[in-house]
Design a protein around this ligand. Structure first.
Ligand SMILES: Cc1cc2nc3c(=O)[nH]c(=O)nc-3n(C[C@H](O)[C@H](O)[C@H](O)COP(=O)(O)OP(=O)(O)OC[C@H]3O[C@@H](n4cnc5c(N)ncnc54)[C@H](O)[C@@H]3O)c2cc1C
Length: 488
């Protein structure tokens, strides 16, 4: 079968590798001149900054993609587990190091939050059983509402916590609000608030505690580079710098794609491009009227991120690999972000100091630092151009106050800043970093499906699509879509 894929990261590349192994003839179109895009790198003055993802969790999903592509991941990537996984600094100023080693974890909890260690045992037992019962939900497509009535789904019902949020579920294990936060802030990976995010996403923290947080040497962008190398070596056709501008169809099927030229399609197309951007610009309006501009505006979107990448003339050896500093008014801040308010008064910051474990990221004796601040998406109407300088300064002050890097500003050689406005120009709708929100009415059958319902020969792989945003789920989305196409 001939397959055209629009977008070469991570959904598109993963699907391409799997389908190539199944003897399909795959062409990948990528609008940028490199693969990976949000997972690409900024290379500058001997420093290498990952643009987007930094946490690799549940590496089993990535391993499955390599396995289905007939490759051994360890022959291509040097992946190591981080212990501690990360450090948290709470609004009260207390700090906690999180570990996958349960004895260590309980000791750490007890030292900071006496009497709460027992909650960890209850948490691991219940959440592990929940994950084992429900993980198959993420491994199958939902093409029809009847898929919600399948036997394994029904068997999973005793593990549901209907009507509860992630925060409610955590209250079952712990009493102290800050320790609850340690197991619920992960809702932020979906751009959501733990006080709103549905119970099912307690599994995000469980995936960290059950399977660990991993580092890829050379940074996470190595994954996309390696995937592209394998694809090209196996005679895959990778067209960089080639945005797809239009998909032309007959009554039921896509027939042509327009790039800088017209190309005739024979069989199947997979869209890895931003879904909202794709449906509003690539297809004929009649075909995708279900996703009209009005309908897209009605949907819920995740938060955005303000990014600062620093090049330092020193290496802070006492600063951990991952450190999250919670905003003094954490609930107020996440609620405002979830409501898409123009709120910038206070914020949380995630600091990544990967140079302590990886010498490939900066020249000798130097280091690079990645600062991410979750903020409202562009629907909030914040004018980031005018705030850019003062907001960056506030972030640096917050980092100096709450980490071991008290003299950070004295060591900055160079700084790159990316605001939501910069990113929206690059075709991400509302610059909702983590895509469509993961509310119950936008999950499983109610999320855009792997087999695109509006056009006969079109499939989707993306954070917008089932099972959702984040690297492991997008790898899984590629596995589901490739399997559906191969069966077809
Ligand atoms: C700052 C930041 C931090 C993040 N941190 C994490 C993290 O720690 N862990 C994690 O798991 N996830 C993280 N994410 C989320 C993760 O990056 C996304 O969920 C993931 O990249 C989405 O992948 P995707 O395949 O759905 O789409 P994309 O990454 O958007 O890929 C789509 C591809 O299609 C291309 N494209 C789009 N339109 C066209 C077109 N018309 N023609 C040709 N090509 C096109 C794009 O250039 C791109 O290469 C982070 C994201 C950001 C931005």
């Amino acid at each position: 079968m001939n397959i055209w894929i629009i977008g070469a990261w991570p959904g598109g590349l993963s699907a391409a590798l799997i389908l190539q192994k199944q003897w399909h003839n795959v062409t990948l179109y990528e609008k940028e001149n490199f693969v990976g895009w949000r997972n690409g790198t900024i290379e500058h003055n001997g420093f290498r900054h990952d643009i987007g993802p930094t946490f690799l969790m549940y590496p089993e999903a990535l391993e499955s993609v390599f396995k289905l592509a007939g490759e051994d991941i360890h022959a291509h990537l040097n992946i190591s587990e981080l212990d501690p996984m990360y450090k948290l600094t709470f609004p009260s100023g207390k700090t906690l190091e999180l570990s996958r080693d349960r004895e260590k974890m309980i000791q750490n909890i007890e030292a900071v939050f006496p009497w709460e260690g027992v909650g960890d045992r209850k948490y691991m037992e219940t959440e592990s059983a929940r994950w084992q019962a429900l993980k198959w939900c993420l491994e199958k497509p939902y093409s029809s509402w009847t898929d919600l009535l399948s036997l394994p789904f029904i068997k999973g019902i005793p593990h549901f916590s209907i009507g509860q949020t992630v925060h409610d579920v955590l209250s079952f294990y712990f009493t102290n609000d800050e320790i609850k936060l340690a197991f619920s802030f992960q809702s932020k990976y979906l751009g959501m608030s733990p006080w709103v995010c549905p119970w099912a996403f307690t599994m995000l923290a469980y995936l960290e505690h059950g399977y660990g947080i991993w580092h890829v040497e050379g940074w996470l962008s190595r994954i996309s580079e390696v995937m592209a190398d394998i694809f090209v070596k196996k005679w895959g056709n990778l067209k960089l710098n080639t945005p797809v501008l239009e998909i032309v169809q007959d009554a039921t099927k896509a027939r042509w794609v327009r790039t800088n030229e017209w190309e005739q399609m024979h069989d199947t197309i997979i869209m890895n491009a931003d879904f909202s951007h794709g449906v509003s610009t690539l297809f004929q309006k009649e075909t995708v009227k279900k996703y009209s501009a009005k309908q897209l505006e009605k949907k819920g979107y995740s938060c955005s991120t303000f990014m600062v990448y620093l090049e330092l003339d020193t290496l802070y050896k006492n600063e951990p690999h991952h450190h999250i500093v919670f905003s003094p008014e954490y609930k107020r801040s996440v609620d405002a972000i979830a409501r898409e308010e123009a709120y910038t008064d206070d914020f949380s910051v995630y600091v990544r100091n990967a140079s302590i474990h990886d010498s490939t990221l900066a020249p000798e004796w130097k280091s690079e630092l990645y600062l991410l601040v979750p903020i409202s998406n562009t629907r909030s109407g914040i004018d980031w151009e005018s705030l850019k300088e003062s907001f960056t300064e506030n972030i640096l002050q917050m980092v100096m106050k709450n980490t071991s890097m008290k003299d950070l500003k004295d060591h900055i050689e160079y700084m790159h800043v990316i605001t939501p406005n910069d990113w929206e120009k690059r075709w991400v709708y509302n610059w909702a970093t983590f895509n469509l929100a993961h509310s119950l009415d936008q999950m499983l059958y109610f999320r855009p499906r792997n087999k695109f319902e509006c056009l006969g020969n079109c499939y989707l792989v993306w954070g917008w699509t089932h099972p959702g945003s984040g690297l492991p789920t997008i790898y899984q989305s590629a596995i589901i879509t490739a399997d559906m196409i191969d069966k077809q």
